[in-house]
Design a protein around this ligand. Structure first.
Ligand code: IPE
Ligand code: IPE
Ligand code: MG
Length: 247
C-alpha cells in the first residue's frame, strides 16, 4: 500500500533511529570518481541527517560508519575512512557540543590508532552533559563482535564472583553491550537498496522497524529521513502480541 507523503506526525517520531549508511562507492562510481569521493560526500549527508534528526525531535541517532568487516577493504580506503572520522570530529565537534548533541562511539576500541582513541574519548567527554540529541557513531563495530565482547566480560564477572550465572537474562546481558543505557532503535534504515543487516545491531534490532531505501547514502538528507519516518508511522508494532502497542 502506498500513501502520499506527508509531514511526519511530531508526536510519533521514532525515539531512536539507526542508519546503515551504504552506497558511497556506487554513488562515486556513477560519477566516475574514486570511492573515497563518495565517502567524503557521505560525510555531508551525515551532517544533513544529524541536523534533520535534531529538528524532527529524534532523541538517538546511531550511524554505522565502519564495520569490523570493512578491514577487508584496500588499506587506502580504510585509511580514507579513518581520516574522515578525524576530519568530521575536527570540523563539527564544537558545533555539535554547542547545539546540545551528545556524541558516543560504539565498537571495538582496541587496536585503533592512538589518536583515534583520543579523538573518541575527547568527543565523548566534551559532550557528556548534552541531552538534545544523542549521536552514536558505530565505528569498528560489528554486532557479533559486540556480543562476544559482552559475553567475555560476563564470564570474567562470573569467574570473579561478581555475577551469578543464573542472573544472566536479556536485560542484564544488555548492560554489558556497547549500547548499555541506550534504548533499542525503533527504526533501522539501510540505504542503497541492499537488504541485509551486515552485522549491525544484531541484538538491539530485535524489534526495530526495518526500512530499506534505494537512495545511495550521499543523496540522503532531511526529505529521505522524513519519508522514512512517515513509513515508520504507518507500521503497526506488536512485539509478539496480538494488538498494536504504543512505543
Ligand atoms: C558505505 O558505502 C560506507 C562504508 C561501508 C564505510 P560503501 O563504501 O559500502 O559503498 P558501496 O556499498 O560500495 O556502494
Ligand atoms: C555496512 O556496509 C557497513 C557500513 C555501512 C559501515 P557494507 O557495504 O560494508 O556491507 P556489505 O559488505 O555490503 O554487506
Ligand atoms: Mg556498501
Amino acid at each position: 500500500m502506498t500513501q502520499p507523503a506527508s509531514t511526519p506526525i511530531p508526536a510519533n517520531v521514532p525515539r531512536h533511529v539507526a542508519i546503515i549508511m551504504d552506497g558511497n562507492g556506487r554513488w562515486a562510481k556513477q560519477r566516475s570518481r574514486p570511492r573515497t569521493f563518495g565517502h567524503s560526500e557521505g560525510v555531508e549527508a551525515l551532517r544533513r541527517t544529524v541536523e534533520a534528526a535534531g529538528d524532527l525531535g529524534v532523541e538517538y541517532l546511531t550511524v554505522f560508519g565502519f564495520s569490523t568487516e570493512n578491514w577487508r577493504r584496500p588499506a587506502e580506503e580504510v585509511n580514507a575512512l579513518f581520516d574522515l572520522l578525524r576530519l568530521y570530529v575536527a570540523r563539527d565537534l564544537d558545533k555539535l557540543a554547542r547545539e546540545g548533541v551528545r556524541v558516543r562511539i560504539i565498537g571495538e576500541r582496541e587496536g585503533l590508532q592512538g589518536d583515534i582513541a583520543e579523538i573518541i574519548a575527547n568527543a565523548e567527554a566534551k559532550t557528556r552533559h548534552n541531552d538534545k540529541l544523542n549521536l552514536i557513531i558505530a565505528f569498528n563495530y560489528g554486532g557479533q563482535d559486540e556480543i562476544a565482547r559482552a559475553a567475555r566480560r560476563i564470564a570474567t564477572d562470573v569467574a570473579a564472583g561478581k555475577l551469578k550465572a543464573d542472573d544472566i537474562d536479556p536485560d542484564r546481558f544488555a548492560t554489558y553491550l556497547d549500547t548499555a543505557g541506550i534504548p533499542a532503535p525503533d527504526m533501522l534504515i539501510r540505504t542503497s537498496g541492499e537488504l541485509r543487516l551486515s552485522n549491525f545491531m544484531l541484538w538491539q534490532a530485535a524489534y526495530s522497524e526495518l526500512i530499506f531505501v534505494d537512495v545511495l547514502w550521499p543523496d540522503f538528507g532531511k526529505p529521505s529521513l522524513e519519508a522514512a519516518i512517515e513509513a515508520y508511522q504507518r507500521r503497526e508494532r506488536r512485539y509478539g502480541g496480538t494488538d498494536p502497542e504504543p512505543r
